[in-house]
Ligand binder design. Structure first.
Ligand code: NAI
Ligand code: MG
Length: 367
């Protein structure tokens, strides 16, 4: 029996609703596929901050490093400044564990209407550079409160950082339609973005079957709304990838559906799996949260841990629940979080009974 040790941080707000929902699904899948998933729970987040003045203990990263993967809900609370919640937990994890790829699938699902008039199927993978770029610590504030108060924040692109993101994206594109789109803004940002373009171009040249198109991010945002079905793999810097992936998940129906993986591809450190959405304080505690983004992130985690069949089974189960008309309010349905989760658990059982070989579609690359 394959054994995997997984650190679980439900975090804040709806994280405490969607994480238990996803864990219930993962446990059911584990029992069917003979996996031993050992979950260790950490109560870190904004409540912990209220008690201890920090988002996680001083040795938090050391504790997490003992696990193979991290399963996170969301952090962020109206009581704690976002700079504290993000930079006190999520960003240190992404950086210290060299999770330099943030992989965000954007895919239409049967049973969920897109807000776009034409609802052609969309199947895009967004590869966001996750360690550097615009989210840098280099900068500062001067003359606070005075008329000449100023703020500076430097963007940092390194050849290593850009090329490894481009390698990852190009090899994904090679396994799909071979079409890579690189988000840029080299007409306005004249030092860092042309460097990004050059390194992406050089890297993609090493993949003969892959062509890269450099698209200015403003035009690419319009492209994502007007003709998203023509896009295959997108590679983008930290900030541009963050914005494009929220937009992408919205055109497929709801941000509550969108999963993500923060990957350390070499496996030197644990990778982290979390939905794209935040803690949604406006709906927290009401049973309205859509758990699909969290469950799908769980499927990506199973795939990363080397269990594509189990991942495909879980993916097929939530897709079938949505297709059968179950869904939370954000996707036009009437199910509560727990009712929708019950529908996914039923679908897991039904699919397991339907075939000895559970669905083996890949959680990441299924089209
Ligand atoms: P948000 O993603 O939490 O919410 C945006 C909107 O989408 C809200 O109307 C919310 O109700 C809705 N929504 C989000 N997830 C949903 C789900 N699963 N089901 C149904 N509806 C859902 O983004 P917002 O409001 O900008 O941020 C709230 C807090 O979360 C902030 O403190 C922010 O810093 C934090 N945040 C944390 C992230 C993380 O932990 N990775 C990512 C994004 C935001
Ligand atoms: Mg975002």
């Amino acid at each position: 029996m394959s054994r995997h040790s997984i650190a679980v941080i439900a975090g804040d707000g709806i994280g405490n609703e969607v994480v238990p929902a996803a864990i219930a699904c993962l446990e059911r899948i584990a029992s069917i596929h003979s996996l031993n998933l050992e979950f260790t729970y950490f109560d870190w987040g904004s409540d912990y901050y209220g008690r201890h003045g920090r988002m996680m203990p001083v040795d938090g990263l050391e504790q997490l490093a003992r696990h193979e993967a991290i399963f996170l809900g969301a952090v962020g609370s109206p009581e704690v400044p976002d700079t504290e919640s993000l930079w006190g937990l999520l960003i240190p994890i992404r950086r210290e564990f060299q999770q330099y790829i943030n992989l965000r699938p954007v895919k239409t699902l049967d049973g969920v209407a897109s807000p776009l008039a034409a609802d052609n199927p969309i199947d895009i993978l967004i590869v966001r550079e996750n360690n550097e770029g615009e989210y840098s610590e280099v900068g500062g504030r001067m003359y606070r409160g005075l008329p000449h108060e100023s703020a500076v924040q430097e963007t940092i692109f390194t050849r290593l950082g850009v090329s490894r993101a481009a390698h990852f994206a190009a090899s994904l594109a090679a396994s799909r339609q071979g079409r890579l789109t690189s988000a840029t803004k080299s007409n306005g940002i004249i030092h860092t973005m042309p460097f990004w373009d050059e390194v992406v171009e050089e890297t993609v040249r090493l993949y003969p079957g892959v062509t890269v198109t450099h698209e200015l991010v403003d035009a690419l945002a319009a492209h994502l709304v007007l003709k998203p079905w023509t896009l295959d793999v997108i590679v983008a810097s930290n900030l541009l990838g963050d914005i494009l992936s929220d937009l992408g998940s919205s055109v497929t129906g709801s941000i509550g559906l969108a999963p993500s993986a923060n990957l350390n591809p070499e496996g030197n450190f644990p990778s982290l799996f979390e939905p794209v959405h935040g803690s949604a304080p406006d709906i927290a505690g009401k049973g309205l949260a859509n758990p699909v983004g969290q469950i799908w992130s769980g499927a990506m985690m199973l795939e990363h841990l080397g269990h594509p069949e189990a991942a495909g089974h879980l993916q097929a189960a939530f897709e079938s629940a949505l297709r059968d008309g179950h869904g939370t309010r954000d996707v036009g349905g009437t199910s509560s979080t727990s009712e929708f989760t019950a529908a996914v658990l039923t679908a897991i059982n039904t699919l397991a009974l339907a075939t000895d070989q559970p669905a083996n579609a890949s959680a990441v690359t299924a089209s």
